[in-house]
Write a protein that binds this ligand. Structure first.
Ligand SMILES: C[S@@+](CC[C@H](N)C(=O)[O-])C[C@H]1O[C@@H](n2cnc3c(N)ncnc32)[C@H](O)[C@@H]1O
Length: 279
């Protein structure tokens, strides 16, 4: 099914308004490929009818399906390695600093199907089990898309998904075979709280965080949207905490409220204290 230029513009505007995500108008084929299964599921026989039904505003399930299908949910366990190794190395100092409160919060802010949050849970289980015994440790994992969150909560991954980035010893230790797939262990699953959160809407229920992974999502937004999100992030990441972006993402020219801190094959960002207005 071909998408016409008018429908493409309408769908792109809908996606931008609701999620901040920008689609490249030259990529009609991508929209067609991603929305064809959604249209089949909802019994819609062409793009004009799809746009009309979205415009009616009476089909929230269809709207969610369309928005989620137009997004990229690409992820993998320990994606890019560096950020995870950096977290592993920064945790001893963070744990020392929090030894009175005995409380840590980690937020995976565009969690997709959960591999990022479960990778963080595996780091805690593998290296900090003893140090964090008796602590309250929360890993919050949020995403726009209910569909990917349902998969994340299920924690069931195909061979090809665990083959990407997950060391075999961790697979054997933190997964069990179930229905021909790999199911994340109870130990890691119980640490992660999945919930829906749209980054361009108010962030209800997000506490001050020690570590935030906001990775591979800002690239889909325009610069003003990135700037707004990063400015809000400044108020969420604790002053001695760390924010991680994706390998192709940068603060340069977008937000000057963070200092860059060198990590292992990557960098993280620390909130810069805001100067008090003089006088
Ligand atoms: C490419 S994945 C990144 C997954 C993971 N952070 C990683 O780096 O592997 C981007 C995710 O951002 C989510 N997303 C897109 N727009 C969003 C928004 N406005 N609010 C929250 N999540 C959003 C998508 O649903 C998708 O799962």
């Amino acid at each position: 099914m071909k998408v016409g230029p008018q429908e493409l513009v309408a769908l792109a505007a809908f996606l931008k308004r609701r999620s901040g995500v920008i689609v490249d108008a030259s990529k009609a084929y991508l929209v067609e490929a991603r929305l064809a299964p959604v249209m089949r599921r909802h019994g819609i026989d062409g793009f004009p009818a799809l746009v009309e039904r979205i415009r009616s505003g009476r089909e929230p399930a269809l709207e969610q399906d369309v928005l989620s299908a137009m997004m990229t949910h690409e992820t993998s366990f320990f994606r890019d390695k560096g950020p995870f190794e950096t977290v592993r190395r920064m945790l001893p100092e963070l744990i020392r600093r929090r030894s009175v409160a005995r409380h840590l919060v980690i937020w995976s802010a565009a969690a997709s199907t959960g591999q990022e949050a479960y990778s963080l849970a595996m780091i805690l289980a593998e290296h900090f089990q003893e140090a964090l015994a008796g602590w309250s440790v929360r890993i919050l994992a949020t995403d726009f898309s209910e569909a990917v969150l349902a998969r994340a909560r299920e924690g069931l991954y195909a061979d090809i998904e665990v083959a990407r980035g997950l060391p075999q010893e961790l697979r054997d230790k933190y997964f069990v075979r179930l229905q021909g797939k790999w199911s994340i262990s109870h130990e890691c699953r119980r640490r992660v709280e999945f919930r829906r959160l749209n980054l361009i809407e108010p962030w209800q229920g997000i506490p001050p965080c020690d570590i935030v992974f906001l990775r591979n999502v800002l690239i889909y937004f325009d610069i003003p949207t990135r700037a707004k999100i990063l400015e809000r992030m400044h108020g969420v990441v604790r002053p001695d905490g760390a924010l991680f972006l994706g390998g192709a993402e940068t603060m340069l020219g977008v937000c000057d409220r963070f200092d860059r801190v060198e990590g292992v094959g990557c960098c993280s960002y620390r909130p810069r204290p805001l100067r008090k207005p003089s006088g």
